[in-house]
Design a protein around this ligand. Structure first.
Ligand code: FMN
Ligand code: MN
Length: 389
């Protein structure tokens, strides 16, 4: 199983009754975000949404809720749509342990069809919309941002792919919020130490596995592309970008190349967050876009975020729980399950076992500091009564 891009996956979702095409005209705001928000409130089996007729646009298409249910997640990792969550989890654990997978370099890529490198205007190129009423602007929040360590440029393993919210603030100007422990923040800190800009490639509208690995806590020197190769059991296709030389997924719909401006900070936010409240506006780095490549009639993939549950609870459940499970189990074999819980407006990891008494749990909690990936559950561990289901 390996989807080559978003379009192929949308076809698979449709064949499985997990895609709803909306061809009636809709307003960008508030129709699209409202429909996506409603979708996940209807239960954990809901379909992805493809908006094909957006008022004010002639050819734009917007995909929402692509990962927003357990059947969609199962299909994304190449399993049958009715695979129980527990089976999806342990299959993911198994494949995760086959890291590193292979990558396949291709010179061609469908996103090279159209190139814009003058007078870039993101408002023209993308059907941008606000997700929540109080958002400070239009966000791109389901992309894969690729960067490298300037001091280690040719090392494919430290090249990073991560999902970070991006606020479009001008025709070719984007705000980014890199949380300090995340890999892109490490790359940026090293570039800024030398007063240099950090080249980035923002890849949007990807095969479903790329979104899963872009939000997954893996080690700094583990390659997300090799992780995708491991998880799909086939080489992961990438193509080098022209301007920055960074590697993009072969199948992306859009690739935006540019640089994070060294030592520049501007207000970013507010943004309706996964906790259900707005994060405030703070000074954050800024990206200048110099080149946009995209497929003909590109599909803009977006993700509704706000009061739980939303798409991210499906997108980030297994991919964060599985690495933590493997790391904790190395030291604590009595653990039988780990779940990363975003739902409680915090970042707890739940652990469960057969014979857990309070002492065992406290021992695990103390010892868990050895888990290198625990910063994805920043508030630490909790004992989970029913997390084996
Ligand atoms: C929709 C979405 C938005 C996210 N926004 C941010 C963000 O703005 N900043 C950030 O540092 N992490 C954000 N994350 C979390 C990171 O994607 C995640 O922690 C990832 O593992 C970081 O990768 P890295 O360690 O390779 O940098 C977001 C995740 C999702 C799913
Ligand atoms: Mn990383």
């Amino acid at each position: 199983m390996a989807y080559k891009g978003l379009r192929e996956f949308l076809n698979v979702l449709e064949k499985n009754g997990q895609l709803l095409r909306i061809s009636e005209p809709v307003l960008p705001e508030p129709d699209i975000a409202s429909a996506a928000c409603a979708g996940t409130k209807l239960g954990d089996q809901s379909p992805a949404l493809l908006f094909e007729n957006i008022k004010g646009y002639t050819t734009a298409k917007i995909a929402m809720n692509v990962h927003a249910s357990w059947p969609n997640h199962a299909l994304a990792i190449g399993m049958a749509k009715d695979t129980p969550l527990k089976e999806q989890f342990f299959e993911f654990v198994k494949r995760y342990q086959t890291y590193p997978g292979k990558i396949e370099r291709r010179a061609d890529a469908p996103w090279k069809e159209v190139v814009v490198d003058k007078d870039i205007n993101l408002y023209d190129l993308m059907p941008l919309l606000r997700l929540n009423q109080g958002d400070g602007g239009f966000y791109i929040d389901k992309s894969t941002v690729v960067s490298r360590d300037l001091n280690d440029w040719d090392n494919i393993d430290t090249q990073n792919c991560g999902m970070y919210r991006l606020e479009v603030k001008g025709r070719n100007r984007i705000g980014i919020q890199p949380i300090p422990e995340h890999d892109i923040a490490i790359h940026l800190a090293r570039a800024e130490e030398q007063g240099k800009d950090l080249p980035v490639a923002i890849c949007l509208g990807n095969d479903p596995l790329m979104s899963i690995v872009s939000g997954m806590p893996i080690l700094y020197d583990q390659s997300e592309y090799k992780m995708a190769g491991a998880l799909q059991g086939e080489p992961y296709r990438i193509t080098a970008t022209e301007l920055t030389g960074l590697d993009a997924p072969w199948g992306s719909e859009f690739v935006l190349e540019g640089k994070i401006k060294s030592r520049v900070r501007e207000a970013e936010g507010p943004f309706g967050e996964f906790t259900g409240h707005y994060s405030g506006a703070r000074n954050m780095p800024v990206i200048e876009i110099d080149r946009v490549s995209h497929r003909k009639n590109p599909i803009f993939e977006h993700l509704y975020i706000g009061m739980p549950w939303t798409e991210i609870d499906y997108l980030l459940g297994i991919n964060t729980g599985a690495p933590l499970y493997v790391q904790l189990k190395e030291n604590f074999p009595e653990i039988v399950s780990v779940g990363n819980c975003l739902r409680e407006c915090s970042l707890h990891a739940w652990v469960g076992g057969d014979h857990f008494d309070q002492t065992t749990f406290w021992r695990i909690r103390q010892g868990s500091r050895s888990a290198r990936l625990l910063n994805s559950a920043r508030n630490g561990l909790r004992q989970g009564g029913d997390c084996r289901r």
